[in-house]
Design a protein around this ligand. Structure first.
Ligand code: SAH
Length: 217
């Protein structure tokens, strides 16, 4: 059976709205990005399922609701320079790219970097730079960032990431154990100090790196 992806996408966005996502720019971006191109072929029927979907290398493409929640919490503006840690499929980067001027996204798995680059290129996303590396250290070359979104769960908020925030910049990251985390929102104030607020419980794959979990944990 042919699937009507435009209809499924609109239904997903309606569901996000019912779940409490109010940011109309985020909703519109999610109504634009063709998620069916980001899920592996064998999971095509789950392209617009509002839950995580498996990716290669034991990773997952995050639940649409959580992507929307995190991007909305960052209060994105069109001139923003945004950093994402955990490119995965590239889906969240694609959504973010419609909301800001420039996206830098870092992925530690070379295979995923390769796939994401090809996919984002083919779909014509021109304001996304995909980098291979340990995202817990950020990407100093393009800092400071007005917004940083971490798509994997760490034991703490990496200091390197915090320090790459612009004044008034916001960082959102799942912090907790390897199985359960809570979203933490951190922002840099004008006086150089940081504000910090704990939001809702979430479940992400582990953030592995120098300022995250050890590979073997
Ligand atoms: N945002 C993605 C989903 C990411 S899943 C999407 O929309 O599809 C989390 C990703 O974070 C995984 O691909 C994992 O390999 C990656 N990751 C984990 N630790 C990392 C680190 N220190 N630096 C960069 N990427 C990391």
């Amino acid at each position: 059976m042919e699937m009507d992806f435009d209809q499924l996408r609109a239904a997903m966005v309606a569901e996000l709205q019912e779940q409490g996502i109010r940011d109309t720019a985020v909703l519109q971006a999610m109504n634009t990005v063709p998620r069916e191109h980001f899920v592996p072929d064998e999971y095509l029927e789950y392209a617009y399922y509002n839950g995580p979907v498996p990716l290669p290398a034991k990773q997952t493409i995050s639940q649409p609701f959580v992507v929307a929640l995190m991007l909305a919490a960052l209060k994105l503006k069109p001139h923003f320079n945004l950093l994402e840690i955990g490119t995965g499929s590239g889906y969240a980067a694609a959504v973010a790219s419609l909301l800001v001027r420039q996206v830098h996204t870092i992925e530690r798995q070379a295979k995923l970097v390769q796939y994401a680059k090809i996919r984002l290129n083919q779909l014509g996303y021109a304001n996304i730079a995909v980098h291979l590396g340990d995202g817990t250290l950020g990407w100093p070359a393009a800092a400071p960032y007005d917004a940083i979104v971490v798509a994997a769960g760490g034991p703490t908020v990496p200091v390197s990431l915090r320090n790459q925030l612009a004044v008034n910049g916001r960082l959102i990251i799942p912090v907790g154990t390897q199985k359960k985390q809570k979203l933490h929102l951190v922002w840099r104030k004008k006086d150089g100090r940081f504000g910090h607020k704990v939001l809702t419980p979430v479940r992400f794959v582990p953030l592995i790196g120098r300022e995250g979990w050890d590979e073997g944990d």
